[in-house]
Design a protein around this ligand. Structure first.
Ligand code: MG
Length: 156
């Protein structure tokens, strides 16, 4: 068994859809990035790459690649899982914290968990999604950005 950690932050801006864990969340602003800027899937992908000793998402999927402009980040996660499977690894459980002052994520936490479980081919009980505000402190607390941390366990 091996463990991996992932972290990501993206800036909020008007004129972008807000996608968290592959789920479209109703909000006046969305996250800015080269892809769909799904901060949750980026952190989870990085955790999986880390657990398997395969580097990081920036090396694997550089933001200079035109093919990934505005693409769904589930693409990165699916391809990463394929790489893990080829190396004989599969996920055991996933724990995620989303840091967002707004919008309130309580109503969408279960949908994000179910989507993550589906993408990782895990039972929903093996995936946990927590949401925290930034207590109005720092960039996240001022609702300028959303962050995410993920920890994943994998086994041979
Ligand atoms: Mg990112």
């Amino acid at each position: 068994m091996r463990v991996g950690i992932g972290h990501d932050t993206h800036r909020l801006a008007e004129g972008r859809p807000l996608i968290l864990g592959g789920i479209r969340v109703e909000h006046a602003r969305g996250l800015v990035g080269h892809s769909d800027a799904d901060v949750v899937l980026h952190a989870v992908t990085d955790a999986l790459l880390g657990a398997a000793g395969l580097g990081d998402i920036g090396d694997a999927y550089p933001d200079t690649e035109p093919a990934w402009r505005d693409c769904e980040s589930s693409l990165f996660l699916r391809e990463t899982l394929k790489r893990l499977n080829q190396a004989g690894w599969r996920p055991v459980n996933l724990d995620v914290i989303i840091f967002a002052q707004e919008p309130k994520l309580g109503p969408v936490k279960a949908a994000i968990r179910d989507r993550l479980a589906e993408l990782l081919r895990l039972e929903p009980g093996c995936v946990n999604v927590k949401a925290k505000t930034g207590e109005k402190v720092g960039a996240i607390g001022r609702a300028e950005a959303i962050g995410c941390q993920a920890v994943v366990l994998i086994e041979q």
